[in-house]
Design a protein around this ligand. Structure first.
Ligand code: XIL
Length: 321
């Protein structure tokens, strides 16, 4: 008998965001990534501040390590992210320049990064989180300096640097309701209609276990209705969104979480096969998830526990197909 793994049992790629220092230093983490997943996203190592800490300096070592690991183990690499308003280095936050100089900064960064990983990184989140929850464009430093049309140009710059790379628009909150997701879909459809090279939509899906199913399935089916590839790009399911400090994990909570993972996987499995780019969880186990440290609370958002063991959520994922 062959051991059950996510990559071996699911009909589309199964990914994890990977923390490079854990990959290097923690053998249990590394073994679990190697065994379970066939797609890898860098949790932080390909963000602007990580790769490009000063104007003329690029630091590739962590990202290269991750890419080399992935290729040596037959895993796809998804790039995250060429453009975001967070994780920017001080030199960008403080950059004084004309519009042309800002455009050059954007273009140079995108083309240097995409060029460096050409032929190794098959897909990119080109622009991340450009839409507010009320559906308006987020007033980021990029919009302030370049206007909202910079979004389309970011895709064109990436495409010029690697015409074979699949290019995604990535955001969270499609499941909040029609307001935000309609704005995202309008943006994506507008890019398509202008001939901008966009191949896919990333739905982050950082959700809470109380998230209603109707909005989850609508998030997936409306994204698929664009005809683009759909990537569930950063999934985790929080069990303690109200920040209860002394909460402990129970089997009942695990079962609710498993049911929510199953609902999502089932809705995803229902879209056309050609559009199923894959499902990526945001890190590997509950002990390395960004949720507890970011929100300063106990939580258990992922399918593996702190001892690298499968939780109920793992079976929930398998049950979705
Ligand atoms: C998070 C990482 O997980 C953290 O380690 C880091 O401190 C901040 O960024 N949406 C995204 C991801 O697109 O890049 C974020 O990752 C989580 C939210």
């Amino acid at each position: 008998t062959v051991e059950t793994t996510l990559q071996g049992n699911m009909p589309f790629p199964m990914g994890a965001a990977v923390n490079v220092s854990l990959l290097k230093n923690n053998i249990n983490y590394r073994n679990l990534v190697t065994k379970e997943f066939n797609s890898i996203t860098a949790e932080n190592a390909m963000k602007f501040a990580s790769l490009h800490p000063s104007k003329d300096t690029y630091t590739w070592s962590d990202a290269d390590y991750l890419v080399d690991f992935a290729i040596a183990n037959g895993k796809r690499v998804h790039g995250h992210t060429l453009n975001w308003y967070k994780s920017l280095p001080d030199w960008v936050e403080n950059f004084q320049g004309t519009t042309a100089e800002w455009e050059n900064l954007l273009k140079t960064h995108i083309q240097t990064v995409v060029g460096h990983f050409k032929g190794k990184v098959v897909s990119w989140d080109v622009v991340n989180e450009a839409i507010n929850d009320d559906g308006s464009f987020r007033n980021t430093i990029w919009v302030q300096k370049l206007g909202v049309d910079y979004i389309g140009r970011a895709f064109q710059y990436a495409h010029q640097a690697d015409p074979n790379a699949l290019l995604f628009y990535n955001d969270y909150g499609h499941e909040f309701g029609p307001t935000k997701r309609t704005a995202i879909l309008n943006l994506v459809n507008d890019l398509k209609s202008k001939g901008i090279p966009i191949d896919g939509i990333g739905l982050q899906m950082h959700i809470r276990v109380t998230q209603n199913d109707a909005n989850l399935t609508a998030a997936i089916s409306t994204a698929a209705a664009t005809g683009l590839r759909v990537h569930i790009s950063e999934i985790d399911i929080a069990l303690n969104p109200d920040n209860i400090q002394n909460m402990t994990y129970t089997a009942a909570m695990g079962d609710q979480q498993a049911a929510k993972y199953k609902t999502i996987v089932k809705a995803y499995h229902a879209i056309s096969k050609a559009q199923q780019f894959g499902i990526t969880q945001w890190n590997v186990t509950d002990s390395d998830s960004w949720i507890p440290s970011t929100y300063n609370r106990p939580d258990w958002p992922l399918p593996f526990d702190a001892l690298y063991q499968k939780k109920a959520a793992y079976q929930g994922i398998l049950d979705g197909v």
